[in-house]
Design a protein around this ligand. Structure first.
Ligand code: UFG
Length: 334
C-alpha cells in the first residue's frame, strides 16, 4: 500500500488525519518534534486503529533527518502539517514563525526534489483571505492583507508552491485552506490539546466548562452579525481529516498541477450560538462576559466549499452539536 510521509503527525489535525488514512489502509511514516503535542498521541492512534505509524522524532528543518527518512522509506506523497499556529504568539516571534513555517517547507521541498517525490498536500488557512470582501468565500477570492506573521507565513508558502508548480510541472500540489477546525475523534482518545491557556474559542470553552478557567471572554458584541459576536465556519476535525484522504486520491489521479480547496461547512455560527449549543448538548454552564474586541479579528468568515464537493466528492457531515459534544468528551478524558 502507498506510503505517505506526514509531518506534524501527532498534532491536532495530523493525528486525526493519520487515523483516517490508516483506516483506509495507507502506510504512514510520521515526523514530529512534539513542540505542541505529546508522544502519547502515537499510542492513542494505535489504540484507535490497531495500526502503527513508523515514527521519527525531529524537526523538519533538519535536512539530514529528512534525507534519512526518504532514504529509509519508499515515500510517494507528503502531507505537511508541521507548523506553529498561534496568531498572538506569531506577532511576538515573527522570525521563529517564518523559520518554522516557511524555511522548513523549503527544506522539505528540496529533499522531495532530491528523492523525486512530487506529490504534496499543504495545510493552509482561511487566514490567507485577510478581511474577506464577500462571504461565503470562494477559492477565487483575493488573498493577502494578512494581519499577523502566522497568516503571512501561510500566504508566503502558498506563493512558493505556486512558483514551484509552474517551474516543475511534475509536481502535484493540493493546498487546503482550513476554516475553524474543532471537536475531537468519537473515541475521545485524541483531540485538541493546546499548551498553556488556549487562544481559540472551543478549547477555551472546554476549560471553562471543566472549571479549569473561571470565565470565557467574548471578544466584542458590536459586530454586524446576527447577535453582534464574531461568526466563523466551524468544521468537525474528523470531517476535515477525511478531506485529506480525498486529497490523496485526487493527487494520485492527476499528472500535474496545483489545486486549492476551502475546507469548511459553508455555514457560520456566532460565539453566542457556540456557547448555547455547547451548554445544551453537554448539559453544563459556560459562564462568559463580553469584553473588548480582539485586535485583528473580523466580523464574519465562512467558506464556499462547493469546489471540494465537485472535485473531491467531499463535504462535511457533522453538525455543531457533534463538534461541541466531541470536544467536551475529549476534554473529560484528558
Ligand atoms: N473568541 C472569543 N473568545 C475567546 C476566543 C475566541 O470570543 O476566548 C471569538 C473570536 O473573537 C472569534 C471566534 O471566537 O470571533 C473564533 O475565534 P478563534 O480564535 O477560535 O478562531 P479565529 O477565527 O480567530 O482563528 C482561526 C484560527 C487561526 C486562523 C484564523 C483565520 O485559529 O489559525 O482562524 O483562518 F488564522
Amino acid at each position: 500500500m502507498q506510503k505517505i510521509f506526514i509531518t506534524g503527525c501527532t498534532g491536532y489535525i495530523g493525528s486525526h488525519t493519520c487515523v483516517e488514512l490508516l483506516e483506509k489502509g495507507y502506510e504512514i511514516v510520521g515526523l514530529d518534534n512534539f513542540s505542541n503535542s505529546k508522544p502519547i498521541v502515537l499510542d492513542k492512534i494505535k489504540e484507535i486503529t490497531g495500526k502503527e505509524i513508523k515514527f521519527y522524532e525531529g524537526n523538519m528543518l533538519d535536512k539530514k533527518l529528512l534525507q534519512k527518512i526518504f532514504k529509509e522509506n519508499d515515500i510517494s506523497l507528503v502531507i505537511d502539517f508541521a507548523a506553529y499556529k498561534a496568531v498572538g504568539d506569531s506577532v511576538q516571534k515573527p522570525i521563529e514563525y517564518y523559520i518554522n513555517n516557511v524555511s522548513s517547507v523549503l527544506t522539505l521541498i528540496s529533499v522531495m526534489q532530491e528523492f523525486k517525490v512530487k506529490s504534496l498536500i499543504f495545510s493552509s488557512s482561511a487566514t490567507v483571505y485577510g478581511t474577506p470582501e464577500v462571504v461565503p468565500i470562494t477559492e477565487e477570492a483575493k488573498i493577502g492583507g494578512t494581519t499577523n506573521p502566522y497568516g503571512t507565513s501561510k500566504l508566503y508558502v502558498e506563493g512558493i508552491l505556486n512558483d514551484l508548480s509552474k517551474a516543475d510541472p511534475e509536481f502535484k500540489i493540493c493546498i487546503f485552506r482550513y476554516f475553524n477546525p474543532v471537536g475531537a475523534h468519537d473515541s475521545g482518545l485524541i483531540g485538541e490539546e493546546p499548551n498553556g491557556i488556549p487562544a481559540n474559542l472551543m478549547p477555551f470553552i472546554c476549560k471553562v466548562a471543566l472549571k479549569e478557567l473561571p470565565c470565557l471572554n467574548v471578544f466584542g458584541n458590536d459586530y454586524d452579525t446576527i447577535d453582534g459576536t464574531g461568526v466563523r465556519d466551524y468544521i468537525h476535525i474528523v470531517d476535515l481529516a477525511k478531506a485529506h484522504v480525498k486529497g490523496v486520491e485526487k493527487l494520485n489521479s492527476i499528472d500535474s498541477g496545483l489545486l486549492i480547496y476551502n475546507l469548511g461547512t459553508g455555514r457560520g455560527y456566532s460565539v453566542l450560538e457556540i456557547i448555547q449549543t455547547f451548554e445544551k448538548v453537554n448539559n453544563i454552564k459556560v459562564p462568559y462576559k463580553i469584553v473588548e474586541r480582539r485586535p485583528g479579528d473580523i466580523a464574519t468568515c465562512y467558506a464556499d466549499s462547493s469546489k471540494a464537493f465537485k472535485e473531491l466528492n467531499w463535504q462535511a457531515h457533522k453538525n455543531l452539536e457533534d463538534m461541541c459534544r466531541s470536544a467536551y468528551n475529549f476534554n473529560l478524558n484528558r
